[in-house]
Design a protein around this ligand. Structure first.
Ligand SMILES: Nc1ncnc2c1ncn2[C@@H]1O[C@H](COP(=O)(O)OP(=O)(O)O)[C@@H](O)[C@H]1O
Ligand SMILES: [Mg+2]
Length: 396
């Protein structure tokens, strides 16, 4: 019998559209012999939608029309199982489930979804899900928290300063604070976004003030780092869990400006012919990256080490910044659900996308089985003696 896989995508995130692209690609690559694929689109207002039309990229040109062809749905947990139900209020009470779900495959990017929020929801429902668990998802979404966690274990990361908008400092005061710690140029980024949204380089205090104001539009906290000179970027994906983690081929993405931009990443560098529908797969890049075998092995080993240290799972892509003149490199960011799930980094080492997805689904079930064993081993019901607790409670 086929497994029922709910593929979740969209969500209230600046990377909503990128997620649609990644998910449509993944749904096209999942093995249809093995899986019943149930698209679940999370609209920007948080409503869940289901329907086969959601697998057609063209239909997203007119989302209201697409949603008229789809049904609003909800997840229902009952008797230790999780179902997908139509959410039509008129039929409440006599609805039949659309499917009894086996696994969720979240293909979402950015805040409110990739950051542990959706993973926490799925965990609360009791539906096994692919990719990182709640904690790793949350840690990796915050560039400062991830940096601190990696730094504590001696992984190579750049120094960074985090500033909260709520600290009550004026922009001039923040500029002065940054100038005490770093020489120009510096890079300013919202702590928890992706796709280069709100990221700028500043070469002087005026540019720094502008960049801070722009970054604070997107997030309450901003990270400032020294700007890497002679910049080269190397990305490496990791697949597996703590036991089986292994590295993919390395890539070198190419940018048009000083910063790898949203346009570079998703619109094929602005080339209309390559179009915006290939997601991260359309970025101009070199695979394998043009680096020595020793450096490749070192980057792969650091990527796997970081994946293990942060207790990641499924597929993650670890992005490095390198000074091309000295060869020194730093982990820049840890993408727990990378664009296009980084499938193009596995194909060169002989792993087709469908096999990567198979493994992610198998890992989701493995983790759920393991967690079920852990929980039942201390399963006692203290409420069985509820009578002895007063209405005002009792110290435990
Ligand atoms: N410290 C840095 N020095 C130089 N360039 C940087 C630095 N940090 C980021 N960049 C540039 O900005 C791009 C986006 O930054 P990144 O931290 O990867 O954010 P995002 O999550 O949006 O991808 C990088 O790919 C790189 O081109
Ligand atoms: Mg990046």
């Amino acid at each position: 019998m086929k497994m029922n896989i709910a593929v979740l995508f969209g969500g209230k995130s600046v990377e909503h559209e990128v997620s649609v692209i990644s998910a449509v690609q993944a749904m096209g690559s999942l093995d249809a012999e093995k899986y019943e694929i149930l698209p679940v689109y999370i609209a920007k207002d948080g409503a869940f939608w289901h329907g086969t039309a959601l697998r057609d990229m063209e239909k997203y040109r007119d989302i209201p029309a697409l949603l008229r062809e789809s049904v609003r749905v909800e997840f229902v947990a009952r008797d230790g199982k999780v179902y997908l139900y139509p959410a039509d209020e008129k039929t409440l009470g006599r609805r039949a489930p659309i499917a009894l779900l086996d696994v969720a495959l979240p293909i979402v990017h950015g805040t409110n979804v990739e950051d542990g929020a959706l993973q926490g929801y799925l965990k609360t429902l009791g539906l096994p899900f692919a990719g990182c668990d709640v904690l790793a998802s949350a840690v990796c979404m915050d560039k400062y928290v991830a940096k601190s966690a990696l730094q504590a274990e001696g992984f190579p990361v750049l120094p960074g300063l985090r500033v909260h908008s709520g600290e009550g400092l004026s922009t001039a005061e923040i500029v002065a604070q940054i100038e005490k710690q770093f020489a120009y140029p510096v890079i300013i980024k919202p702590v928890n976004l992706g796709s280069s949204v709100g990221i700028n380089r500043a070469d002087d205090s005026d540019a720094l003030a502008d960049a801070l104001e722009e970054a604070f539009v997107f997030a309450d906290a901003v990270l400032i780092e020294p700007c890497v000179q002679n910049l080269r970027e190397i990305n490496c994906a990791v697949l597996g869990d703590a036991e089986s983690a292994r590295a993919s081929e390395c890539e070198e993405p190419f940018m048009q400006d000083a910063i790898l931009s949203y346009k570079d990443k998703y619109t094929g560098g602005g080339d209309k012919k390559t179009g915006g529908s290939k997601g991260m797969a359309s970025l101009k890049r070199k695979i394998p990256a043009d680096i020595s075998a020793e450096l490749r092995a070192e980057i792969q080993s650091v990527a796997v080490g970081a994946f293990r240290h942060l207790d990641a799972g499924g597929v993650a892509r670890i992005d490095f910044l390198m000074d091309g003149a000295t060869g020194e490199f730093w982990i820049n960011e840890f993408n727990t659900i990378p664009g296009s799930l980084a499938f193009y980094l596995w194909e060169p080492i002989g792993l087709p996308y469908s096999k990567v997805l198979d493994e992610m689904i198998a890992l989701a079930l493995k983790r759920a089985r393991h967690q079920a064993e852990l929980t039942t081993s201390f399963d006692t019901n203290i409420l069985a003696s509820a009578g002895s607790f007063g209405a005002k409670g009792k110290k435990c």
